[in-house]
Design a protein around this ligand. Structure first.
Ligand code: HEC
Length: 111
């Protein structure tokens, strides 16, 4: 009776490892997506669910807003160069990395 070759066993072990790593990286992607979504959700109270306000709202929609534009506005609010009623307060609590994450999120959200 022929036994399984050690070479084949090594190959199988490598394949199993790669499969495991792949599953872990998908879980990581999913966790990052959820985290980004939760970060962006702090804007929903005023800017609407998924950043869509209703027609005629005084507060602008964020969905589909170009990333560069949003980052510039957020930094201007934070530094006080753009006058605001509330956004200067909101942006004070955000790091540049969070602003980047949020801007990416809304730029990728359909209007
Ligand atoms: C408490 C209500 C409130 C929350 C929460 C809020 N905003 Fe705002 N946002 C406003 C208001 C009101 C304005 C108009 C400027 C002002 O008066 O502060 C505004 C303006 C903006 C603008 C400028 C839009 C433009 O067309 O130039 C951006 C960008 C923005 N908000 C992004 C965000 C993001 C991103 C979040 C979440 C991190 C957020 N806002 C959370 C109320 C809010």
């Amino acid at each position: 009776m022929k036994t399984t070759s050690p070479h084949l066993l090594r190959l199988l072990a490598a394949a199993a490892l790669m499969l495991g790593a792949n599953v872990a990286s998908h879980a990581q992607d999913k966790a990052t997506q959820l985290h980004n979504r939760a970060t962006a959700a702090m804007c929903a109270n005023c800017h609407g669910t998924e950043g869509r306000t209703i027609e005629g709202s005084a507060i602008p929609s964020l969905a589909g807003m170009p990333k560069d534009y949003m980052v510039l506005q957020m930094k201007a609010f934070k530094e006080g160069t753009r006058p605001a009623t509330v956004m200067h307060q909101i942006t004070k609590g955000l790091t540049d990395a969070q602003i980047d994450t949020i801007a990416n999120y809304y730029a990728a959200t359909k209007r």
